[in-house]
Write a protein that binds this ligand. Sequence first.
Ligand SMILES: Cc1ncc(COP(=O)(O)OP(=O)(O)O)c(N)n1
Ligand SMILES: Cc1ncsc1CCOP(=O)(O)O
Ligand SMILES: [Mg+2]
Length: 226
Amino acid sequence: MLRYRPDFVRSRTIEPIRPRLYLISPPTIDLDAFEIDFRNALNGGDIACFQLRLKDQPADVIRAATQRLMPIAQEKGVAFLLNDDPELAAELKTDGVHVGQKDTPYKQARALVGDDAIVGVTCHDSRHLAMTAAEQGADYVAFGAFYPTTTKDAPTRAETDLLEWWTSLAVTPCVAIGGITVDNVTPLIKSGADFIAVSSGVWKYSKGPEQAVAEFNRVIDMSVTS
Ligand SMILES: Cc1ncc(COP(=O)(O)OP(=O)(O)O)c(N)n1
Ligand SMILES: Cc1ncsc1CCOP(=O)(O)O
Ligand SMILES: [Mg+2]
């Protein structure tokens, strides 16, 4: 099966890495209204992937949202990941799944979705969790929360030196998450984050999601060239 996947392998190079946007849905949505916001966000510029993160919703709600939104993402070359549920991800043939430390363990998730799917793992602020996930074959490790957020009661705060340390020794890409906005993203880019995961910083941006994605990409371009 052909899957959409951004380049989840970092090559060691002297060129500065251009991080890419990793969009995360709000925890609850009205599907009709969100489809409009989603299309607008995708029109704003480069996005590597989208994670459907509908917390504590029935499987049928997640199925309906996936069936509506996944083709829209894939048509734009944006990989579609499901949060939390590798079994449902396998059933819906999403491009991948994200699992946290309290979700299905990585190896079980991998067995469910197959080798060609993307599997990312939450590693909080932990070097040990990241090394374990990368060794087991995770496509990316996610660190956070870098900033205060109201989207999730995040159990840990991560600092930029973690990104610097990780990118100096690992080839598995890292995702920075938590309270990231166009105004505070620059230190994360400068510290080597491969992907910048954003929810409210896009959906609640004062000028709307399309402008938010455009502005994130503008800041990323500025930060890697300066
Ligand atoms: C890219 C990314 N990073 C971290 C998380 C958090 O996952 P988890 O710790 O399982 O918490 P929930 O998101 O499930 O509430 C994520 N979803 N995505
Ligand atoms: C899912 C998740 N994991 C750690 S912080 C967070 C919330 C991300 O959303 P926002 O970008 O709105 O802070
Ligand atoms: Mg989870």
